[in-house]
Design a protein around this ligand. Structure first.
Ligand SMILES: Nc1nc(=O)c2c([nH]1)NC[C@@H]1CN(c3ccc(C(=O)N[C@@H](CCC(=O)O)C(=O)O)cc3)CN21
Ligand SMILES: CC(C)C(=O)C(=O)O
Ligand SMILES: [Mg+2]
Length: 273
């Protein structure tokens, strides 16, 4: 990157300044071609651990490694200029201790991330404070936490009982006090998301948590119709790129088989004399 880039990347303080003024727009990406397109439209791009599922075909988000997320982060950074880039901390890279979390988060910042995201409520407050006080902006993630799939027994919406609603509100307040600049609210009852969004000064980013959040995020493959038929209830399909890709690939296959492609314009001629 040049010393004086014409285009400035959105910073975490600028993201936070959106609270109460305008909605924050976010999507996931893990490669250059997608990141380059998103860069013109979103405030931040998340390299989600959902990459495990949408890019690697793994059954859940648990087995993607820090090294994999770091490489996908570097790719997204190379494909973007304006969007803030936030990397998901993979399972096992931060739960052990604040020091372990710092080492992992620093590794992701070394690969170009502007901030990191980690899952967990009050239990992560000490870790969040440790990271933020040492220069690493933290986006927290509560409600439906996919890295807890084995203890939760599934991807279940949260905040639907009084007890659950109170727990999630307490988590949000603990993370705010620890210094998280934002909190992803996933799979959360609408009223609870609304209460949290007005109770905390941190930015709330919803996914399946209603329009009351300060911003929204979705997995890009889901909203583009590229992740098959089984998508979470909270996904809205803005395109059906699977159909488009099928049509294009079918046409290519037909043209190769019928020798219609390639044509002369796609070929090199021998140089004259
Ligand atoms: N492609 C993709 N999109 C995602 O949004 C996503 C991932 N992968 N991987 C990690 C997690 C898993 N997510 C999920 C997966 C399934 C449901 C789901 O099926 N939920 C039920 C409701 C469950 C209940 O509370 O009863 C649903 O009907 O949507 C929700 C979130 C969200 N995250
Ligand atoms: C959907 C977002 C919030 C996420 O954590 C992911 O993609 O991994
Ligand atoms: Mg994630």
């Amino acid at each position: 990157m040049s010393v004086h880039p014409d285009v400035r990347r959105m910073t975490v303080p600028q993201l936070l300044a959106c609270k109460g003024h305008r909605k924050v727009v976010a999507l996931t990406a893990h490669n250059v071609s997608t990141a380059r397109i998103l860069d013109d439209y979103v405030d931040f791009i998340l390299i989600g651990d959902s990459t495990a599922m949408v890019a690697y075909g793994l059954p859940n988000t648990l087995s993607i490694t820090l090294e994999q997320i770091a490489q996908h982060t570097a790719a997204v950074v190379r494909g973007t200029q304006r969007a803030c880039v936030i990397a998901d901390m993979p399972f096992g890279s931060y739960q052990e201790s604040p020091a372990q979390a710092f080492r992992s988060a620093a590794y992701l910042l070394e690969h170009g991330a502007d901030a990191i995201k980690l899952e967990g409520g009050s239990v992560m407050a000490t870790t969040v404070e440790y990271l933020v006080s040492r220069g690493i902006p933290v986006l927290a993630h509560i409600g439906l936490m996919p890295q807890y799939v084995n203890t939760m027994g599934g991807y279940l919406a949260q905040g639907r009982t009084e007890e659950s609603a109170k727990r999630v509100m307490d988590d949000a307040k603990a993370l705010e006090a620890a210094g998280a600049f934002g909190i992803v609210l996933e799979g959360l009852a609408e009223a609870v998301a609304a209460n949290i969004s007005s109770a905390v000064s941190a930015l709330t980013i919803g996914i399946g948590a209603s329009v009351s959040c300060d911003g929204q995020i979705l997995v890009t493959e889901d909203m583009l119709g590229l992740s098959g038929s089984r998508v979470p209830k909270f996904v809205k399909r803005y395109a059906n790129l699977e159909n488009e890709m099928r049509q294009a690939v079918e046409r290519y296959a037909d043209e190769v088989r019928s020798s219609k492609f390639p044509e002369l314009q796609h070929c090199f001629a021998v140089k004259k004399d």
